[in-house]
Design a protein. Structure first.
Length: 391
């Protein structure tokens, strides 16, 4: 498989719409440069603000047109771009009942040679109906936000069995609510340098250095963090059916005006494609992440276990499911205690695909947050039925 074909597959996969929040939905390769998709969905949301008490439920009606472009510009260059408008109408919502979200994404990948490639991508989102709501935020608070994520990756070979990758990621968050924005608006920049060695054709050994800056835009003096990572691991692939990635190491985090910390870091994933259109993947991540309450907590020590399954029941029906289990610990600021918190997210979906253009999906998603902080508990479920048509 040549490099451009690999890039094309990656671009098409990135353009697939996500029906349920957590359950993966089967891909549809339209086989043409331009694709227009119209999606409609009706669902019931039991907790539209993610509140700890006094949850407000509502029927939600959604319409989402999308246009996507995927093409090889030359034998060595691949480009993709997409725009999606999502319009949600809530029967029972204080304030605005009609929310429109926008997602604009672009990608450019170029192969200078078979060993040297450059991959750039950017995604800008205006999110008015967040799918994963913040814990501990006052009821009825507007959690709408704008975000931008830029990724860059340059890969080359130094010798027949040795490669080097330079990568950069920048994520920016800006919340509409002035109080919420003053608390958690931020930019997260990650820089990485990795080297790999082909031990055998199916296994690559890897060593990596990363640096991360978390910079808050308002009152950032006691919230900013700067981390250095040293990681080692491997990438393993057998006959394209079994793939595994492991990175383990340590993070040295400096917290402005707070206690610094040295913590273990791990990211592991395994995927098994056991049949056409069917797979199971699982993984584990241990890391430090930002929290929605920066007054009481510096960050969250997260243990994340996840399993994703997609199974083709027949040529017309595909079932999928995902579970994410996160036993975590909120890291208290000086003078505040650490608190345990466990988050569970579950999603299941059943898709009917009568033609390459039509998809009908029934989906269910469930969130549960159990926290020692009494203001952060949360229960939320969404159940719905939707359909899409791709031109």
């Amino acid at each position: 498989m040549n490099f451009v074909r690999i890039l094309m597959i990656g671009g098409l996969a990135a353009a697939v719409p996500a029906w349920a929040v957590y359950a993966p939905i089967p891909e549809q390769d339209q086989g043409k440069e331009w694709t227009v998709t119209v999606r409609a969905d009706v669902s019931h949301d039991s907790n539209i603000f993610g509140a700890q008490t006094g949850a407000i439920s509502s029927m939600v009606y959604e319409v989402a047109p999308k246009i996507a472009f995927n093409a090889s510009l030359t034998d060595q260059t691949f480009a993709s771009a997409s725009y999606e408008l999502t319009n949600d109408y809530f029967e029972n919502r204080p304030g605005s009942k009609n929310l429109d979200s926008h997602d604009l994404a672009a990608r450019l990948a170029h192969a200078f040679s078979t060993e040297t490639t450059l991959d750039l991508s950017d995604e800008y989102s205006i999110t008015r109906n967040p799918q994963s709501l913040l814990s501990g935020v006052t009821i009825n608070t507007d959690q709408s936000y704008n975000s931008n994520e830029f990724n860059g990756r340059f890969t080359t070979s130094l010798a027949p069995q040795t490669g080097v990758t330079v990568k950069f990621r920048s994520m920016n968050y800006s919340y509409d609510n002035a109080v919420l924005g003053a608390s958690i608006d931020r930019t997260e920049n990650l820089y990485g340098l990795a080297g790999n060695y082909d031990l055998v054709p199916e296994m690559k050994l890897s060593a990596e250095y990363r640096h991360e800056d978390v910079l808050y835009r308002v009152s950032g003096g006691n919230k900013d963090k700067h981390s250095d990572f040293l990681l080692g691991g491997f990438d393993y692939s057998v006959a394209k059916k079994v793939t595994a990635t492991v990175r383990v190491g340590a993070e040295w985090r400096q917290r402005d005006d707070q206690q610094n910390v040295t913590a273990p870091y791990a990211e592991m994933s395994l995927k098994y494609d056991y049949a056409q259109g069917s797979f199971i993947s699982a993984g584990y991540v241990h890391t430090l992440e930002e929290t929605s309450n920066v007054v009481l907590y510096t960050d969250t020590k997260v243990n994340r276990f996840f399993v994703n399954v997609q199974h083709a029941l027949s040529a017309l029906f595909v079932a999928s499911g995902s579970i994410d289990f996160e036993p975590s610990q909120l890291q208290g600021v000086i003078g505040s205690p650490d608190r345990n918190e466990t988050t569970t997210r579950l999603g299941v979906a059943l898709s009917y695909i009568p033609t390459k253009n039509w998809t009908v999906t029934a989906h269910f998603d469930y969130d549960h947050v159990d926290s020692d902080d009494p203001s952060r508990g949360q229960n939320r479920d969404r159940v719905g039925l939707g359909a899409s048509y791709a031109f």
